[in-house]
Design a protein around this ligand. Sequence first.
Ligand code: ASP
Length: 359
Amino acid sequence: MAAPYKSITLGNYSQDSTRSRVLVIYTGGTFGMVYQSKGKQLVPFEFEYALDYLPELHRLEREVVFLSLHQPIDSSDITPAIWAELGQIISDRYEQFDGFVILHGTDTMAFTASALSYLLEGLNKPVILTGAQLPVGIARSDARENLLTALEIAATRKDDGSPMVSEVCIFFNSLLLRGNRARKKETSQFNAFYSENYPVLANAGVRIDYNIPYLKPFEPGSRLKLHHRLDTNVFFVKLFPGIEPGIVRSIVATEGLKGIVLETFGAGNAPQAPQFVEALARAVQKGIAVLNVTQCEGGRVVQGQYGVSRRLAEIGVVGGSDITPEAAITKLMFLLGRGYAYQELCGKLAKSLCGEMSA
Ligand code: ASP
């Protein structure tokens, strides 16, 4: 049997209190990193260390339980198995807590947020991912601000007692974003995330101003259904002028490959060279789902808007509208994991499952 998770309870809470309870799941990331003694590299560290720098957590007027993954990681080491583990942790404690905060490295935070948005079907409580650009032990760190506001958002209820936020989000540097719409845009400034194709869900200044019309509505009676399976037999093919059709053919011939996210030019455009189009047509004939996603930050794929994308639609490539690459690859993993037959899979790829793309 797996060892129990290390956890620490902070803040004040009594059983009959109306105060919220929030579970913080620490996965690692810059938030709690330290410099290795003999080098300049940042490496993940135990969460107790991070808590030493956050004395205000002990004074919160709510109960906050911190739980750490067995091994804190740099988020470059995140895996679908860890996404499933995070889903299980939330599902097992879903009734005990009003909201969840996941402390996560920024590098792959948008992938994790997207994956969780699919795995946690019927989610009706806040799951807020956050992290930091500078470790909590450094004086100018953004860690404290990001965590405290994420906690606030995860605990906030409307007047009727329902949660203000009932979806997977990323909170970073004053912005609350839909998780499966967000992308990391910055490695050095504090404003690390943005969501070009979906409005900001809240802005945290002196007050936290929620953009209510764009939040997923709370659905009374909706029950959480946790999915576990993600099929990783997927691949990104990013187009560039000069791409070798032979290389695309080799990728398509890869044994076990079931899905490709094709990162195209502009509004979903691709070269018309017959060998290139044939390589993609071969993929579709083999039952490999091909999802067309634009390389542009804003706007969307409209297959057929230009002559150069009409062929893609004709051979059976699925248009991905304004989905982000992160949300696209995790959606493919999720739908393949559900085991849908090819036509149904393509139908679901073309539609929004949980707000990840516009119709
Ligand atoms: N490499 C770090 C990570 O993603 C970067 C960060 O946390 O900002 O874990």
